[in-house]
Design a protein around this ligand. Structure first.
Ligand SMILES: O=P(O)(O)OC[C@H]1O[C@H](O[C@H]2O[C@H](CO)[C@@H](O)[C@H](O)[C@H]2O)[C@H](O)[C@@H](O)[C@@H]1O
Ligand SMILES: O=c1ccn([C@@H]2O[C@H](COP(=O)(O)OP(=O)(O)O)[C@@H](O)[C@H]2O)c(=O)[nH]1
Length: 462
């Protein structure tokens, strides 16, 4: 097998000096790249202003070459903020009301994908395997095919794929569907996403499901499957044990002494259901005076995509809501909601998850939600906390030991919080054990191996 080439919008280049990479995905892909040797290409996160971006910045670390490109201001605006985050993201998260379709942004998205293909082309050798990640880069394979590349190219979508009635609201849905058919393997997070994709092919006669995971569309045969992304479970459990001595974790423990801690960790994104969750917490805390002064809810919410108006608005909404609830319920010695609006390192998060009796993960829609998996991995096996999980997170297709809730039903979520706090130790242990066994077996390395095995074994693709 040739080298592996990963392409993604963001590239977690490890810091020089061997610091741990940012997350499970980076860990797994780094392992795969090191095994085969390879390249990880993507956007540097920087803009070249109005000027044409300079050549790729190459950073060789052992057997891996990180290849980064800048984008112009216009590219960032149209491709990333515009089409990726104001059309594809809301539509794939079922928020048709938030989709802002514009021809300029759509053209920018396809232009930047062509630009990525041209930048990548000189790095590709004939037997390299190419693995493209996420909604930013759907048209990349079509561009590479047009340039004559015959390499195996796989695609993994990290976010949900909704049903035809939702996808077809996007004016360029045909181009997007056509783009996907140029891959040899298209991977989704869950069986539901895959079913929805098959439904989209059938609906307008775009393509057919041939059986055994094969699809045909636009004159090509390709494979489709679901590969639920995992975390580096064993390592994460160890971070959580070690984090007990971390200063931030120690301070948190001391400050919640005698109270139950509930934790929520999400990028500031409308898909994460943060305002509904605060409503549910408020309902829970005001429903029974006995809980007041006894429970602390820690919500960690780093800013995300702040240049996009919907995110900027969300930022104000959440801050105001947390402030209103605290203003109404706090006492001189108790603040119910602690709202942190910046990022906390994962190794510290691991320790905070372990302190919390409840992990509250209630997105309105989420491709997977790694926080849910991290919360479980971080628990003390002797005294594990309870995961309250939205049925609309991909993780709910695997984590059956969670209390599953409908995040739109504020009262039901409030009741689930109460139930979780009262859950007997034996039931908590039983639920946790089932989930932990699953997560150890289905970790991120297995996810990566499963996808690459299906991509490289696939001989039927045309
Ligand atoms: O790169 P950003 O625009 O700052 O956004 C961060 C990432 O968000 C999305 O994450 C998704 O992937 C996770 C791992 O598979 C999954 O658990 C989660 O449900 C998804 O929302 C996005 O898909 C990434 O491309 C972004 O980098
Ligand atoms: O302050 C924070 C908040 C989140 N995360 C990490 O960001 C990832 C979030 O992934 P998830 O799949 O839950 O959602 P996404 O943000 O990718 O939609 C998880 O690994 C978190 O541990 C982090 O490192 N620091």
């Amino acid at each position: 097998m040739g080298r592996l080439i990963i392409v993604s919008n963001r590239v977690p280049v490890p810091e020089k000096g061997g610091a741990a990479p940012a997350g499970g995905l980076a860990v797994a892909l780094k392992i795969a790249l090191e095994a085969q040797g390879g390249v990880w290409m993507g956007w540097s996160g920087n803009s070249s202003g109005d000027a044409e971006p300079g050549p790729l910045t190459m950073d060789e670390q052992g057997k891996i070459t990180y290849a980064l490109t800048d984008l112009t201001d216009t590219d960032v605006e149209e491709y990333y903020h515009g089409f990726a985050n104001r059309v594809l993201w809301p539509i794939c998260h079922y928020r048709l009301d938030l989709a802002e379709y514009g021809r300029k942004e759509m053209a920018g998205y396809f232009r930047v994908n062509r630009f990525f293909a041209h930048r990548l082309a000189p790095l590709i050798q004939p037997d390299d395997i190419i693995w493209v990640h996420d909604y930013h880069l759907i048209p990349l394979a079509a561009e590479l095919r047009q340039m004559g590349f015959k390499n195996k190219i796989g695609f993994f979508l990290h976010i949900p794929w909704p049903p035809a009635d939702v996808i077809f609201t996007m004016p360029v849905h045909e181009e997007i569907m056509r783009g996907l058919s140029h891959y040899d393997l298209v991977g989704f997070q869950t069986d539901h996403d895959l079913e929805n994709f098959a439904g989209c092919l059938r609906r307008e006669g775009i393509g057919d499901e041939l059986g055994e995971g094969l699809f045909s569309a636009h004159g090509r045969t390709f494979k489709g499957g679901y590969y639920s992304i995992g975390i580096e479970t064993a390592a994460f459990a160890e971070f959580a044990t070690k984090a007990a001595t971390n200063v931030m974790v120690r301070k948190a423990r001391q400050s919640v002494e005698g109270r139950d801690l509930i934790i929520g960790v999400d990028r500031l994104d409308y898909s994460k259901g943060i305002t509904q969750r605060i409503d549910a917490f408020e309902r829970f805390i005001t429903a029974d005076a006995a809980h007041q002064g006894k429970v602390t809810y820690l919500q960690i919410t780093p800013k995300s995509r702040s240049e996009v108006p919907e995110y900027e608005q969300m930022q104000r909404m959440v801050a105001e809501q947390a402030g209103r609830v605290n203003g109404a319920i706090s006492t001189v010695d108790w603040v119910p909601i602690r709202y942190i609006n910046r990022s906390i390192p994962r190794t510290v998060l691991a320790g905070l998850y372990r302190l919390a009796k409840i992990g509250l993960v209630t997105p309105l829609r989420d491709g997977m939600n790694l926080v849910a998996k991290e919360y479980v991995a971080a628990q003390d096996p002797e005294n594990p906390g309870v995961l309250v999980l939205s049925r609309f997170a991909g993780a709910a297709r695997e984590l059956y030991g969670a209390i599953i809730v409908n995040p739109y039903d504020v009262e039901a979520t409030a009741n689930a919080i109460a139930r979780a706090l009262e859950m007997p130790l034996e039931e908590r242990r039983q639920r946790w054990q089932g989930m932990m066994t699953h997560l150890l077996e289905h970790d991120v390395v297995r996810w990566c191996d499963d996808f690459l095995k299906d991509l490289t074994e696939q001989d039927e693709a045309a």
